[in-house]
Design a protein around this ligand. Structure first.
Ligand SMILES: C[S@@+](CC[C@H](N)C(=O)[O-])C[C@H]1O[C@@H](n2cnc3c(N)ncnc32)[C@H](O)[C@@H]1O
Length: 266
């Protein structure tokens, strides 16, 4: 495992329909002719990767993820010719440069965005593009506030009180600055609010949003913790809302000098 937390691939694959919807909207921003080589950075179990493959009938897709469990499920889902690697994105190396990088719901799990963006920049061909979305500033604030309140009491306290978690929920300005520092041009970052109401809130919280919290708790306390956080979050209508705020990132690697776009195009 090369991620900050462990992932349950089977459960994630089953309940991540909302993540796939978010991912498909991000994919729509990536203009493709169909013959490119595109890397899905943090491909998880491959639901969004599969949509990417459909847009590349003459192209090639490389999926990279730090979790062997996620990649094992992706390998079952995706066509055999899909290239999959278990790798830390901060040390990304797939042996060649790619035309574009797509990434969804991943960068906020990586603390060091300077290292991450430098590795992504190196992996792109000159003229290549990065299109990504992750949690941004304010993402799951209400869920984390509820988890902090619950975690400050009773048996959870000794495991969670004062813990700040592994997340990096960046502002657009900070992300743009770091992307430029890594060498990217045509940089643009913005946030969008995308609240979700999962059909199976307990499994959704356990597998996705509270997974890092649960790793700090003894197994015997985990279900009760998720129940308590869900109760704190439940509205009058009985639903649990996950207050997603997504940070969108578009950027390009400078094209080779002398090419039309290097002479003032976009
Ligand atoms: C919420 S899932 C997103 C999966 C997929 N992109 C989607 O949209 O459904 C986050 C993924 O990021 C991966 N990840 C987190 N940190 C990573 C790192 N440092 N290197 C590679 N993958 C990482 C996790 O293993 C996990 O599969």
């Amino acid at each position: 495992m090369t991620t900050t937390r462990d992932w349950n691939g089977r459960s994630y694959d089953r309940i991540s329909e909302f993540m796939e919807q978010l991912g498909r909207d991000v994919l729509d921003r990536l203009v493709l002719t169909g013959d490119e080589t595109v890397l899905d950075a943090g491909c998880g179990t491959g639901r969004v990767t599969q949509a990417l493959i459909e847009r590349l009938p003459r192209g090639h897709v490389i999926g990279v993820d730090g979790s062997a469990d996620m990649i094992a499920v992706a390998a079952e889902r995706l066509p055999e010719e899909t290239e999959l690697h278990v790798q830390d994105l901060c040390e990304l190396d797939v042996g060649r440069q790619v035309d574009a990088i797509l990434s969804t719901a991943t960068f906020h799990w990586i603390a060091d965005h300077d290292r991450l963006f430098a590795a992504l920049h190196t992996a792109l061909k000159p003229g290549g593009r990065l299109v990504a979305q992750c949690g941004g500033v304010g993402n799951v604030d209400a869920v984390h506030a509820a988890a902090a309140q619950v975690g400050a009491r009773g048996p959870y306290r000794e495991h969670l009180a004062g813990w700040r978690g592994p997340w990096n929920f960046s502002t657009p300005a900070d992300a743009e600055r770091r992307l430029r520092a890594a060498g990217f041009t045509d940089v643009s970052a913005w946030v969008t609010e995308r609240p979700a109401r999962p059909e199976e809130p307990l499994e959704y919280l356990s597998t996705i949003v509270l997974g890092a919290h649960l790793e700090r708790l003894p197994a015997a306390l985990r279900d009760a913790f998720v129940d308590d956080v869900a109760t704190a979050l439940r509205g009058e209508d009985g639903h649990v809302t996950i207050d997603y705020v997504r940070l969108n990132l578009d950027a390009a690697k400078r094209p080779p000098s002398g090419s039309p776009s290097a002479r003032g195009g976009h």
